[in-house]
Design a protein around this ligand. Structure first.
Ligand SMILES: C[S@@+](CC[C@H](N)C(=O)[O-])C[C@H]1O[C@@H](n2cnc3c(N)ncnc32)[C@H](O)[C@@H]1O
Length: 224
């Protein structure tokens, strides 16, 4: 499995999510509030797909005592994360790799924001189990990414809506068609019910949908 995030993508990264993800700043705010409900001031937080650094920066700005272990397969995205979280460097450890490169913990919480649609279906459950295994009992896990119905015609409709949201209003029709094809073939998108079933199967409980905006969903779940 290779990351889609090379040097060019990393350079342009920080502009992308605020434009492509409805309510992007709100995801960070809700994530911080949900974590703060139960976390101690010196919490250790595991971040899967930490490259880019936006989510670590949001949490680090919010609580000066939280510490972060992030993993990501893209060296370029990790470099960007180092730049973006530079003010918090003593509290941020970053490692190159997939979930099996993460420290064993146990962690007080985990987050994975805008990452799971890059993980192939056959690795989703095992990735969730590996996150669960690294958490203390009852620890919260914040998960947010693209998720919409996978039966036709809903699937094609939602792919078109997803692409339209992120593009300029006067985008060329051929460009839009190519983007729809890329979304349909290069990402792994599951229906919300399947996401929740996998979270349960991986050992998470008390699963709540806290964010639902157009083609994106976000859940908080607790290590069972
Ligand atoms: C859209 S970025 C989100 C980054 C970060 N969560 C943030 O808020 O800035 C997606 C990241 O997921 C990483 N990624 C892709 N596949 C992954 C996998 N299987 N495990 C962990 N990270 C992955 C990419 O390299 C990329 O850095």
């Amino acid at each position: 499995m290779t990351s889609h995030f090379n040097a060019q993508a990393a350079r342009n990264y920080a502009d992308g999510p605020p434009r492509q993800v409805p309510g992007f700043a709100g995801i960070h705010r809700m994530m911080n509030l949900l974590l703060a409900e139960t976390l101690p001031n010196d919490a250790q937080i595991l971040v899967l797909g930490a490259g880019g650094g936006l989510e670590i920066k949001a949490m680090a700005d919010f609580r000066p005592g939280w510490r972060f272990s992030g993993v990501d397969p893209s060296a370029d995205m990790l470099n960007l994360a180092r730049e973006i979280t530079a003010d918090h460097a003593p509290r941020v450890d970053l490692a190159e790799g997939y979930i099996d490169a993460a420290p064993e913990g146990p962690f007080d919480a985990a987050t994975s924001v805008l990452v799971f649609h890059f993980i192939p279906r056959e690795q989703r459950l095992e990735t969730l189990r590996q996150i669960r295994r690294r958490l203390k009992p009852g620890a919260p896990f914040i998960l947010a990414h693209i998720s919409f119905p996978q039966t036709e015609p809903e699937r094609s409709t939602w792919i078109a809506r997803h692409v339209a949201y992120g593009q300029a209003d006067d985008v060329d029709l051929a460009v839009a068609a190519k983007a729809r094809e890329a979304i349909g073939t290069r990402l792994t998108i599951l229906a919300p019910e399947e996401e929740e079933a996998m979270l349960r199967e991986a050992g998470f409980a008390n699963i709540s949908l806290f964010y639902s905006a157009f083609s994106f969903r976000g859940w908080v779940a607790y290590a069972g």
